[in-house]
Design a protein around this ligand. Structure first.
Ligand code: ATP
Length: 299
């Protein structure tokens, strides 16, 4: 798959603060790539570097397999700061101004207004817009010229639940048309709902990256009991996905390397001569899992 963005060992310091440290990552065409981390973990700094808004102290990055050029920059749309348009002008006029600045024609304006659900309000003054509508206009403006990549920094910050739902749907719609999307967010739930891939940052360092389903996968555990705890304990060790177990008085807690289905587990034990008297699945919430990932890194 074509590499859209590759970052190699980027570091950025502000005085004593190491905002980004030796960060490397790759984003491929068509991915919805989340940069996930708590406040201050270096997300905005990273996006600012790859958009040439600030300079890194060291490291390099390439867009579309080449050093960044004016041409490659035209293939990238971004919303990094809170939406800023002329308050007394309509979305159409504001978008015409953006198109002029970007050296684009006006033919794309209706398309992006339709896409972001603002077409019916195209002639109303910007200052009458709700915050959600302002945010959608910022996305519309970034989409002018139909860029190959869209970069969004905390796109749902400050929005009400309906506004959040609108933006999320919009992002998924844009992604389904083949646009590569890079999103910075501190919200695990957001990344999980919209992203295909994720890099988890903490204190400017990358902890993990990969497919959302793998990086944020929860390792389930099961509480099990049977007439003979000894036989149960020795048999469960034979399961191919067995990882570890915590012995208890009348039950054991078992951890697996992969996701395990309760029915499959029950069948496996039965086939090996163990009849369970108790089986309960314990699922950690993703939130808990994310906090554990960060916590382990802080130790
Ligand atoms: P947030 O979600 O809070 O914006 P973030 O993950 O985007 O966080 P950054 O904004 O990149 O993180 O900040 C990373 C670190 O660099 C923080 O400690 C921040 O205080 C610091 N920092 C960011 N910009 C500047 C600046 N212009 N001058 C000094 N320090 C800065």
């Amino acid at each position: 798959m074509e590499t859209v963005l590759s970052i190699a060992n980027i570091s950025k310091r502000y005085g004593k603060i190491q905002a980004v440290s030796e960060l490397s990552l790759e984003v491929k065409k068509g991915q919805v790539f989340g940069v996930l981390g708590p406040n201050g973990s270096g997300k905005t700094t990273t996006l600012s570097v790859i958009l040439d808004l600030i300079k890194a102290n060291s490291g390099t990055f390439q867009w579309f397999g080449q050093e960044p050029t004016n041409e490659s920059r035209k293939r990238i749309g971004s919303v990094i700061e809170s939406p800023n348009f002329f308050p007394y002008l309509s979305p159409v006029i504001n978008l015409k101004i953006v198109a002029d600045i970007k050296d684009l024609g006006y033919e794309d304006i209706d398309r992006v207004l339709h896409l972001t659900g603002l077409y019916d309000r195209r002639n109303t003054r910007f200052k009458t817009f709700s915050f959600g509508m302002k945010q959608r206009l910022a996305v519309a403006s970034a989409l002018l010229g139909n860029p190959d990549v869209l970069i969004l920094d905390e796109p749902t910050n400050g929005l009400d639940p309906q506004g959040i739902a609108h933006i999320r749907e919009l992002i998924l719609q844009i992604a389904s048309a083949g646009t590569t999307i890079i999103i910075a967010s501190h919200l695990l739930d957001e990344i999980q709902k919209i992203c295909s891939h994720v890099a988890v940052l903490n204190k400017g360092k990358k902890l993990f990256d990969g497919k959302v389903s793998e990086v944020l996968a929860i390792s389930d555990s099961f509480d099990l009991s049977a007439a003979s705890i000894e036989l149960l304990s020795s048999t469960i060790r034979l399961h191919p996905a067995f990882q570890s177990l915590l012995p208890g008085i009348d039950k054991i807690q078992v951890f697996f390397k992969d996701e395990i289905d309760a029915e499959e587990l029950n069948r496996f034990l039965f086939q090996h001569g163990v009849t369970l008297t108790h089986l309960a699945e314990r699922k950690r919430s993703l939130e808990q899992h994310f906090l554990e990932l960060l916590d382990n890194n802080n130790k």
